[in-house]
Design a binder for this molecule. Structure first.
Ligand code: XIL
Length: 314
């Protein structure tokens, strides 16, 4: 059959899959991701703890390895992620900061990393997961130190100064459907754009649960793009209780089809990245015990009904 990437192209979107360094060493993983996907996102190797483990000490080994792999397969790379409360080195998360010193640390981190990859990536998830479910600002070393969300414009401006061409995204989960959290994303981005903050896109991670999707996916993506930014699904997976029942497998197929359609049918939704592609390698079972089977290929690299759901949307 046709590859996912050829089908996605026919609909004018890209399709990507996240990858970690250990995974690209698996020949079957490496072959399928290269055949089926346009793009990859490093699952861990471009995060702050990996890239700047001590102040001013940068380690690009893991990130470069994924980038070089992608280039060898003719794939593009989505950088992930510059400012996030999680997977921070302890010198950041447990440091003693003032607004001034934390601004300098953010600017130094963003400038170094974006400059290192300048001209080589298509997108950067500049800022990740800053909102709570009720739409308030998440507690983090950043929000605590600033007392507000002013670290966000600082990060975006530093990223734009370092690479004028890469698309700069703000990214979050549970912002796929209309609700307090996606309202906050919409309202903050609208305000930042009015202030000239260089935001190019809103990423909806789309870590979803079988049978529990809302019905406002299209409407919500369309309101994001109405702000004049692009949107993308950046980390799609749809988990269930393992092992999935036959009914849940069919529901998962429908849920993948619906999620893909939401992007395909929204002008300005440029693509979808799945968080991995095979259940052999997925973050879900460790993070959500008892849940999993969230991806379109099974543990033995066989296509699942979820894969056919994606095909139906393309
Ligand atoms: C996950 C990785 O896949 C795991 O390997 C790691 O242990 C934890 O982080 N939202 C994000 C991603 O933005 O960076 C997370 O990735 C999944 C949730």
């Amino acid at each position: 059959g046709a590859t996912l990437k050829s089908l996605a192209e026919s609909k004018g979107i890209y399709i990507g899959a996240a990858a970690d360094n250990g995974e690209i060493a698996d020949p079957t993983f490496a072959r399928i991701i290269g055949q089926e996907f346009h793009s990859t996102t490093p699952g861990n190797s471009m995060k702050w703890d990996a890239i700047e483990p001590s102040p001013g000490v940068f380690n690009y080994k893991g990130g470069d390895e994924i980038l070089n792999f992608a280039v060898s397969k003719g794939m593009t790379v989505r950088g992930h992620t510059l400012v996030w409360h999680s997977q921070l080195p302890s010198w950041v998360s447990e440091g003693t900061w003032t607004k001034e010193t934390l601004t300098a640390a953010i600017e130094n981190h963003v400038t170094n990393v974006v400059t290192h990859y300048k001209g080589k990536l298509l997108h950067w998830d500049v800022v990740n997961e800053i909102f709570n479910e009720d739409g308030t600002l998440r507690d983090s070393v950043f929000s605590r130190t600033f007392g507000n969300a002013d670290f966000v414009p600082i990060a975006f401006r530093a990223a734009r100064a370092a690479d004028p061409d890469v698309k700069l995204y703000i990214n979050d989960y549970n912002v796929e459907f209309i609700g307090p959290k996606s309202d906050a994303m919409y309202t903050y981005v609208k305000q930042w754009l009015a202030e000239g903050v260089p935001i190019d896109g809103i990423g909806a991670q789309a870590h979803l649960v079988v049978g529990l999707l809302g019905d406002t996916f299209h409407e919500n993506l369309a309101r994001f793009t109405s702000l004049g930014v692009e949107t993308a699904l950046t980390e799609l997976d749809i988990r269930g209780n393992t092992p999935l029942s036959a009914a849940d497998s069919q529901q998962q197929k429908d849920d993948y089809e619906y999620s893909m359609r939401a992007c395909v049918e929204t002008d300005g939704c440029v693509g979808v990245t799945i968080w991995g592609f095979t259940d052999r390698y997925s973050w879900v079972p460790t993070t959500f015990p008892g849940e999993g089977d969230a991806l379109p290929w099974d543990k033995n690299f066989q296509r699942k009904p979820a894969h056919d759901g994606i095909v139906l949307a393309l």
